[in-house]
Design a protein around this ligand. Structure first.
Ligand SMILES: NC(=O)c1ccc[n+]([C@@H]2O[C@H](COP(=O)([O-])OP(=O)(O)OC[C@H]3O[C@@H](n4cnc5c(N)ncnc54)[C@H](O)[C@@H]3O)[C@@H](O)[C@H]2O)c1
Length: 347
């Protein structure tokens, strides 16, 4: 099969590498708004560079991978759907809810595939946590603590096109919270701090955030994120139930030091970023996409899943701005069966 990759920055390079090695993928066509970037990667991988997005569609591909800045995702998803092409797209779908809903509507009208890039669903630790919850080993779950801490901040020019800390970073925690627990979020209370570098204030963003989330079975979750975790890249999830508790992301590279005299030693080589921490998961999700395109497996993460995680991020933004608890029912796009979701006709 021939796949078009649009956007050859950090994550596009990783995905193009995986696809280029895949035995079911005959060739790639790469493009980027900065053409030299796509040309350099194409040369390195022995693939073809196209001068623009137009050529990807004109030259003909079997599927499209979208790894541009978030602001370009929705339009490209719509374009691929109208061409009848399956799409893998990095999260999130759009910077706002209207764009997210419009892109999903295009995909559903066209009847095409949209697989979204929530790679934590392919990570061994999160997969193990989901199995532990489902097996009943933890007993009734009462508390979940989710952490996403980047070691160093992104470039200043990236912040205005990221969607902000809740939609860009914590959206991973919100999705995987739903996926691991199998529960829906019913309300949130969130706060953010912009006390760090001035570029966050200038972009209307925060460098650190925290949210308390209530799940529909009464489980309480907290999710925190920061762009300024000098110790390293720290992504964890602790799940505590009446019978047992477990943690995802605790290993000999976790960048946290114990102050106990008999505690474990500090990591020699702490994780520095998502590319190394989630390398195997990125590879698995792209391999899964190839299988999905071939009709060999169901879509592991469609646009509606991202919509639900995005709604939680939206609710957190409203909560942070208005300094109040926000019910998810206030945010359009509820899934059927959720509290406050529209009922069946005539109900
Ligand atoms: N799943 C994850 O863990 C993860 C991690 C990082 C980034 N992402 C997502 O991936 C996307 C890209 O992030 P990144 O870190 O690779 O950014 P990046 O800035 O490194 O790369 C983005 C690339 O897209 C290109 N581009 C932008 N608009 C374009 C357009 N309209 N047409 C063609 N090319 C265009 C840019 O020139 C750049 O080369 C973002 O949506 C981000 O949220 C996901």
């Amino acid at each position: 099969m021939r796949i078009g990759v649009i956007g050859t920055g950090r994550i596009g390079t990783i995905h193009a590498n995986t696809l280029s090695r895949h035995r079911e993928v005959g060739s790639l066509i790469l493009t980027d708004a900065e053409p030299a970037r796509a040309q350099e990667l194409a040369l390195r991988l022995g693939e073809t560079a196209a001068p623009g997005v137009e050529e990807i569609f004109r030259w003909g591909v079997d599927a499209v991978v979208i790894t541009t800045a978030t602001s370009a995702h929705a339009e490209l998803i719509g374009r691929a759907a109208r061409s009848g092409l399956p799409v893998f797209c990095e999260k999130p779908i759009a910077l706002d809810l209207a764009g997210t809903l419009a892109a999903i509507a295009e995909v559903e009208a066209a009847g095409t595939i949209l697989q979204m890039g929530f790679q934590r669903r392919f990570d061994a630790g999160y997969t193990g946590a989901r199995e532990a919850v489902r097996s009943g080993r933890l007993g009734r779950l009462h508390t979940v603590r989710a952490v996403t801490s980047d070691q160093s901040p992104p470039p200043a020019e990236w912040l205005p096109v990221s969607g902000g800390l809740f939609r860009d970073a914590l959206i991973h925690d919100f999705d995987v919270l739903r996926w691991v627990t199998g529960r829906k979020v019913v309300d949130v209370y969130a706060a953010g701090s912009d006390a760090g570098p001035a570029m966050f204030r200038a972009a209307g963003d925060v460098d650190t955030a925290a949210a308390v989330l209530t799940l529909d079975d009464g489980t309480l979750a907290t999710a925190t994120a920061t762009r300024l975790n000098g110790a390293g890249y720290d992504v964890r999830m602790e799940l505590a139930g009446e019978l047992d508790q477990i943690v995802v992301g605790l290993d000999d590279r976790t960048p946290i030091a114990s102050t106990e005299p008999t505690g474990p030693p500090a990591a020699d080589k702490p994780w520095t970023g998502f590319l190394e921490r989630f390398g195997p998961a990125y590879e698995s999700e792209l391999n899964a996409f190839v299988d999905v395109v071939r009709g060999g497996r169901p879509n592991p993460c469609d646009g509606r899943e991202v919509l639900q995680a995005f709604r939680i991020a939206e609710a957190c933004e409203v909560s942070r701005r208005e300094r109040r608890a926000v019910a998810l029912a206030e945010i359009p796009g509820a899934e059927p069966g959720a509290q406050g979701a529209p009922g069946p006709p005539g109900a």
